[in-house]
Design a binder for this molecule. Sequence first.
Ligand SMILES: [Zn+2]
Ligand SMILES: [Zn+2]
Ligand SMILES: [Zn+2]
Ligand SMILES: [Zn+2]
Ligand SMILES: [Zn+2]
Length: 238
Amino acid sequence: MKCHNVERNCTWEGTVGTVDQHVATCQFTLLLCPKQCKDDNNEPNHFIRKDLEDHLKKNCPNRDYTCRYCGKKGTYATITQVHNKICQMKIVPCTYTGCHQTMRRHHIAKHVESECEYTVIACKHKSIGCETKLKRKDMAAHELDDKLHLHMAINTITLLKENITQLNETTSQLKEILKENYGITLKQGESMNIRFVDYQKVRKSSSFHLFTPVMAIMWLLQYTLMDMVLARAHTYQY
Ligand SMILES: [Zn+2]
Ligand SMILES: [Zn+2]
Ligand SMILES: [Zn+2]
Ligand SMILES: [Zn+2]
Ligand SMILES: [Zn+2]
C-alpha cells in the first residue's frame, strides 16, 4: 500500500504492517510548528517534516533571537520589530537633515545638544542683543564677526546709559520725598534692599484715615513709584 502522505508527494510503498512505522518518520507528515507561530490569518502554522527544521532555523518568527547590538534575548519577531526601535545600543543616523553621522541611539540626545553641526543654536552674544540663530556649523564664523557684535554692544550700552540716567532721576526724586516726608536719608551706594525694610515699616505704621483723599492718592503714587524703583534696583544693583 501507499503512504497517507501520497498527495504531499511521498512515494513510499510498503505492507500494511509497516505503514504506521513509516508515517512516524515520514518526511511528508504535516506537523505543527513547536514554537506555535501563526500564519497571516492567525492560524497555527504547519510544515511537512522535511521543511520544519529549516523553518525553525531560518524563518520561524518565534525562534530564539539575540539583539546583535546589546545582546538582549527574545523571539525573532519581538527583537526585530519591537526592541529594534528602542535598543539604546543600536547604531542609528542623526535625525537632523544634512547630518550624516551615525551613533549609538543613547548618544543621540547628547550629540544634538552639544555636537551636531546641524542643530540650530543661539549666538553666544545674546546678552548684548544679538538674536541670531544658525546651524552650529555656521555659528563659529558668525560669532567671530567682531564688527557686527561691537555695533550691537554700543547700541546696548547707549540704551543702558539712557535707562540709568532715567533711573537716577527717579531715584533722586524719591530720595527727596523720603527725606522731606519721613526723614530717611539714603546714603550714596547704600543698597536699596536695606532701605526696603524702612519702607515697609513706614507702610505698616501708616494710617490712611488721617489723610484727605488727595493726600491718600499722592501717598499711593509714591508707593507705586518706589515699587518700580526697587524692582529695577534688583536688576541693576544700583
Ligand atoms: Zn510517507
Ligand atoms: Zn514557527
Ligand atoms: Zn538591543
Ligand atoms: Zn547630527
Ligand atoms: Zn551674534
